[in-house]
Write a protein that binds this ligand. Structure first.
Ligand SMILES: [Zn+2]
Ligand SMILES: [Zn+2]
Length: 146
């Protein structure tokens, strides 16, 4: 960067919403980092083979319908929030870190802009994750599905 110039402050709002729309949020500023978690608890909590979460401070998130969320304490001090209407996994938080949550990026409209991704609990991954790039790719549903 040239001397004397400052990075523009990102004031853009990123939006996310659950499947039924009862809960939505806006996040202020860039989302540039996400953890791809392969732990067993995240699989069970999300119903998916892996969980992708982006950490944000709570002061950057503005909620609509947050009262529709239910928090489940999956281990001591670890809360996982899901929508009471559709069951979507929305975020997790630790009670000893009250100013931080980890949003599940499947709800985000701008997840493509996340550039810094890394795996956690890699040793717990499902075996076929290693073959992910090589799997057949269909743009719609699988061929032959009724
Ligand atoms: Zn919902
Ligand atoms: Zn996990």
């Amino acid at each position: 960067m040239a001397q004397g110039k400052t990075e523009p402050v990102d004031r853009m709002l990123r939006r996310g919403q659950c499947l039924c729309g009862a809960t939505s949020y806006h996040v202020l500023g860039a989302l540039d980092e996400a953890a791809i978690c392969h732990c067993t608890m995240c699989r069970r909590a999300t119903g998916s083979a892996l969980n992708v979460a982006v950490p944000v401070t709570t002061d950057r998130v503005e909620w609509t319908g947050r009262e529709k969320l239910t928090e489940f304490e999956s281990s001591p001090g670890k809360m996982r929030a899901f929508c009471g209407g559709c069951g979507a996994a929305v975020y997790s938080r630790r009670t000893d870190k009250p100013h931080s949550i980890r949003l599940r990026i499947g709800l985000l409209e701008q997840m493509d802009e996340i550039t810094d991704l890394y795996h956690i609990y890699w040793a717990s991954r499902i075996g076929w994750i290693d073959r992910f790039d090589a799997l057949p790719k269909n743009d719609g549903e699988e061929p032959g599905r009724d």
